[in-house]
Write a protein that binds this ligand. Structure first.
Ligand code: FES
Length: 396
């Protein structure tokens, strides 16, 4: 077992200033019955056949709790593909975590939800792809709309607060009013309208998914209208995609600051998309303790603090607010993860982003673009695995 003592320290970051992880995300499996075009799983996920065992996940949860993690998310892939999910929920609950299941709903039968309620699961986040059956089923390449409706009823029946997540993009932004209506009819308490993040499969499909500015303005007006009229009934989170901003998001609240993700094979990650970053060896929980991984590993220290920053971030007065933005986006759009996130208008690459946004602007609202949409399937994953290795992909 590694210890802090004698371990290699990052010259840029004093260990005493590292705060403990707060959020443990257990990506239990990459297996998923859906094929969503914006999935954030790695492009080459199909190469991963190894998954941690039940005992290994329990050990990870125990170690992370000792480090200070308080919130535990179960995701994937589809976490319900793991038959030991209930056992893991029970252990998470026993350890005192606030537990959250992030699911497409596929596999959430009544016996399973009843068992998870008994095991102490606190929260379920259900995803829909759209308010229409046609678009929901198209974007996931499955016939799951009716099943999700049944699962939504089960979640209410078992007295969970209803948290609905819908990923937004060019194909459904004009449905926002209907999505809100659907959520309202279901008795949703929290509606997350999450604009697509352009990593992984979202990046591959960016030319198909990136909306135009007018669509966003219209959608935001609909959201604001609803909030004004019925805001007390349902809370709506709507965040404009950062491609349309001039300052970057404080991605993950800073690299390895609060978030600790564990991939199905046990790789420890400071963000969902970190595996796209080349030249970083992400430590595995089967070889190192979480204490070592969080405090001492090169991967987790790589972008902590500001010692790694180049200009314009290094001398920027806002660097403590946005931490230079997103490393994965900087890599995807500039070829170097230590550049400023090009969302920032101080970045010399900001024009690249503006050109991408301008190209989306000139397309018809609902497009059958000449570039076919790529579904997240094992066959496509194998075909794209070479690109995944470089961390870069030119979706245009
Ligand atoms: Fe990796 Fe933003 S998603 S740092």
């Amino acid at each position: 077992m590694d210890t802090l003592k004698g371990a290699k320290m990052n010259a840029n970051y004093a260990p005493q200033s590292i705060t403990p992880p707060l959020w443990l995300l257990a990506e239990l499996t990459y297996k998923c019955p859906l094929h969503c075009v914006f999935c954030y799983n790695p492009l080459n996920y199909a190469q991963n056949s190894h998954e941690l065992t039940t005992a290994q996940w329990v050990d990870v949860m125990q170690q992370a709790r000792k480090l200070g993690a308080a919130q535990l998310g179960f995701s994937g892939g589809e976490p319900l593909q793991r038959p030991d999910l209930e056992e893991l929920v029970e252990e998470g609950s026993r350890l005192g975590y606030y537990t959250n299941l992030i699911t497409s709903g596929v596999g959430l039968t009544e016996p399973r939800i009843a068992r998870m309620k008994e095991a102490g699961l606190d929260h379920i986040q259900l995803s829909f792809q759209d308010s229409t059956k046609e678009m929901n089923d198209f974007l996931s390449s499955t016939k799951t709309f009716d099943l999700k409706m049944r699962v939504a009823k089960l979640i209410k029946q078992y007295d969970y607060p209803m948290v609905l997540n819908v990923v937004l993009h060019r194909h459904n932004l004009d449905h926002v009013g209907r999505i809100i209506q659907m959520a309202d009819d279901m008795g949703v308490e929290y509606l997350e309208l999450a604009n697509t993040q352009y990593y992984g499969w979202g990046l591959v499909n960016r030319a198909q998914l990136l909306p135009d500015r007018e669509q966003l303005v219209r959608a935001e007006a609909v959201v604001n209208d609803y909030r004004e009229k019925f805001g007390h009934k349902m809370r709506i989170f709507f965040v404009v995609p950062d491609y349309f901003e001039t300052r970057p998001k404080a991605c993950m609240n800073g690299w390895a600051s609060v978030f600790l993700g564990i991939a199905p094979d046990g790789s420890a990650l400071p963000c969902h998309a970190a595996k796209t970053l080349p030249g970083i060896e992400f430590p595995n929980v089967t070889e190192h303790s979480l204490q070592h991984i969080w405090y001492d590993s090169d991967a987790f220290n790589k972008y902590r603090g500001d010692g790694w920053m180049k200009e314009p971030c290094r001398s920027c007065p806002e660097k403590d607010k946005d931490f230079g933005g997103c490393r994965c986006q900087a890599l995807a759009l500039t070829g170097d993860a230590s550049n400023a996130d090009p969302v920032c208008d101080k970045s010399p690459f900001h024009q690249t982003l503006q050109d991408i946004v301008a190209a989306a602007q000139s397309k018809p609202t609902v497009t059958s673009s000449d570039k076919p949409i790529v579904f997240r399937t094992d066959a496509n994953s194998r075909a794209l695995s070479g690109l995944a290795a470089t961390g870069q992909f030119d979706p245009e």
